[in-house]
Write a protein that binds this ligand. Structure first.
Ligand code: GUN
Length: 292
């Protein structure tokens, strides 16, 4: 079994990005600038946004963190988005999800200028991705694709089973794995909560991408020998032995499934770091796009 090491791979990518930033700056260019909007103080969201801001510093980007109260109204948040849309200093920005109930997430996503939508959530970017046109690909699926690529994992003609149909992971990764390029050209089955005979389908997977948010959902009896496993799950479960009071658990029962897998991502240290570095790549692309 080979561990798909997201920490090592993302570090290599960060070094590449940092080198590019240095080149830009040495040629008199401006450092790429990412802004992140955090509404409220949901524990997981705070952790993710802080990690994104820290990653910006590491590669030499400028970053801005905008913290807003969880009582903010939709129109006030739309005003914040508009400020970022029209600020020439900001190359790209994200609004961390989920948002409080009084705010319509779709409305917020629609209000982000597609050229600055480094999350790739705006319908223009989603549509462009579906059509194979230049776009921002959402960070988690982009990170998975990059990981498969860096480990030279064969995907053409393979049966890729995706668990979960979220707009952030399951849906886009299904499209990307089926597209006519490497990594891609897989035969994709997208499974979700209404799928019948799920275990039987998963057992036929050459590549399994689990993004259901249910700890240890995939067990060894559900996979075949030699499967490539990508675990996107990052559920916090209470663990009093940890300083933080919790630990992160994936969708895959790593201990048993890793006995049968050819390649597998650990949790943490697999897809998570790749997601963050993909956001950096999108931001670099947004910064370059403005110059062109
Ligand atoms: N919430 C969970 N994942 C993401 C992400 O990739 N981007 C944003 N904006 N919110 C998220």
């Amino acid at each position: 079994m080979i561990l798909l090491d997201g920490i090592k791979t993302s570090q290599e990518l960060r070094t590449e990005i940092a080198t590019e930033v240095n080149n830009i700056v040495q040629n008199g260019g401006k450092r790429p600038h990412l802004a992140a909007v955090l509404v409220g103080n949901n524990g997981a969201s705070v952790t993710y946004v802080n990690a994104k801001i820290k990653a910006c510093e590491e590669v030499g980007f400028t970053s801005t963190l905008i913290k807003l109260s969880d009582t903010i109204s939709e129109s006030e948040l739309l005003l914040e988005v508009e400020k970022l849309n029209s600020d020439p200093e900001i190359d790209g920005f994200i609004v961390q999800l989920p948002l409080p109930l009084q705010i319509d997430e779709k409305k917020i996503i629609l209000s982000i200028r597609p050229e600055k939508d480094v999350d790739g959530f705006h319908p223009e970017n989603v549509g462009r991705m579906a059509l194979g046109m230049p776009c921002f690909i959402p960070a988690t699926p982009a990170g998975i694709i990059e990981l498969l690529d860096r480990y030279n994992i064969e995907t053409g003609g393979k049966h890729c089973v995706v668990l979960g149909r979220s707009h952030i992971v399951g849906q886009p990764i299904s499209l990307l794995m089926a597209r006519n390029t490497y990594p891609g050209n897989s035969t994709v089955t997208l499974c979700h909560s209404h799928t019948r005979h799920l275990s039987e389908i998963v057992r036929t997977a050459d590549i399994l991408i689990a993004a259901v948010g249910r700890p240890n959902f995939v067990t060894a009896d559900m996979v075949k020998e030699g499967v490539v496993v990508i675990d996107v799950g990052i559920t916090r479960v209470v663990d009093k032995t940890k300083k933080s009071g919790y630990r992160i658990v994936g969708d895959v029962d790593f201990d048993s499934v890793s006995q049968k897998a050819a390649f597998i991502t650990p949790v943490p240290g697999g897809v998570g770091p790749m997601t963050i570095v993909s956001l950096l790549k999108n931001t670099l692309k947004a910064a370059r796009g403005k110059k062109a």
